[in-house]
Design a protein around this ligand. Structure first.
Ligand code: LHQ
Length: 264
């Protein structure tokens, strides 16, 4: 896959998607948004992809929407069509990531601001370099958090911390992000991609269909009653129970050997 602002690199079952506007800390233009959306679509469609890594080129992860584009449209007159732009461009990307039936690992290599932080939140797990940082930059420019931040951030870190971050727009470092449960792990910058490679390799050898069902079950449970969640679990267990990876997992356990999952 060849894009202008995104690198799409597959190594075996591991796909790395890199936002590639390093001079602007990978701030999102329309082109970057559309290319990211296309890259995630391809990741979903290609059965050989079993795990996706999302990262940024250079010293930033993603600085959110490219504000130069907003100014060009006439922000001073209130002319920027925020609702339309979000509904048509940002929202489908976030939904595509959350609905992707494969794990997404965020390799947070630097600053994640505004909608760039939302992108990080939409990953299934986040491993951050020790120099990474996060800010809900929206309020600093008089905007409300978007691209799913209002939904994802309180669920990840709780209301008290989410409100602090969203109302203040303050920047937090990787260590604080770890302490509040925003990231899974912090490693030194020069170890980031090696660590990501190891975690991605584990997912590449996982029962991929079941991983997709787990994503679906948790997403459903977040807005359902216990009773509904129990029924959803049962329905998805029925599907997982029909995968060849389930049969392999049980056989491997009984034969006291490591399972060889094929993602089928
Ligand atoms: C940028 C950006 C940027 C353009 C750094 N745009 N150039 C959704 C729908 C539609 C429209 C609007 O918004 C949204 C949602 C949003 O995402 S709103 C939030 C938008 N993002 C921000 O407000 C963050 C703005 N950036 C910053 O606050 C800082 O750049 C951070 C804290 C991210 C990093 O600071 P530094 O490490 O000091 O880097 P820097 O500020 O020097 O930036 C480096 C370059 O990147 C610089 O360009 P230059 O040509 O001067 O070297 C910046 O202008 C450019 N850049 N963010 N969002």
């Amino acid at each position: 896959m060849s894009y202008e602002t995104v690198l799409y690199e597959q190594d075996g079952a591991i796909l790395k998607i890199t936002m590639n506007r390093p001079d602007k800390l990978n701030a999102m233009t329309d082109t970057l948004l559309h290319e990211l959306g296309d890259a995630f679509q391809c990741a979903g469609d290609d059965p050989s992809v079993r795990v996706v890594v999302l990262t940024g080129a250079g010293r930033g992860f993603c600085a959110g929407a490219d504000l130069a584009g907003v100014v060009e449209t006439g922000v001073e007159n209130g002319n920027f069509p925020y609702r339309e732009h979000l509904i048509n461009n940002y929202n489908p990307l976030i939904l595509r990531m959350r609905n992707l039936p494969k794990p997404i690992i965020g390799a947070i290599n630097g600053v994640a601001a505004g909608a760039g932080m939302s992108l990080a939140l939409a990953c299934d797990m986040r491993i951050a370099a020790d120099n990474a940082s996060f800010l809900q930059a929206f309020v600093k420019i008089g905007l409300v958090p978007d691209s799913g931040s209002t939904w994802m951030l309180p669920r990840l870190v709780g209301m008290t911390r989410a409100m602090d971050l969203m109302l203040s727009g303050r920047k937090i470092g990787a260590q604080e992000a770890l302490e509040i449960g925003l990231v899974n792990q912090v490693v030194s910058g020069d170890q980031l991609m090696e660590t990501i490679g190891k975690v991605a390799a584990e997912f590449a050898a996982a029962p991929t269909k079941t991983v997709g069902y787990i994503k679906r079950a948790v997403e459903f449970a977040l807005h359902s009653t216990l009773e509904q969640a129990l029924f959803k679990e049962a329905a998805l267990q029925e599907l997982a129970g029909k995968t060849s990876d389930h049969a392999e997992g049980v056989a491997a356990f009984l034969q006291k050997r490591p399972p060889q999952f094929k993602g089928e």
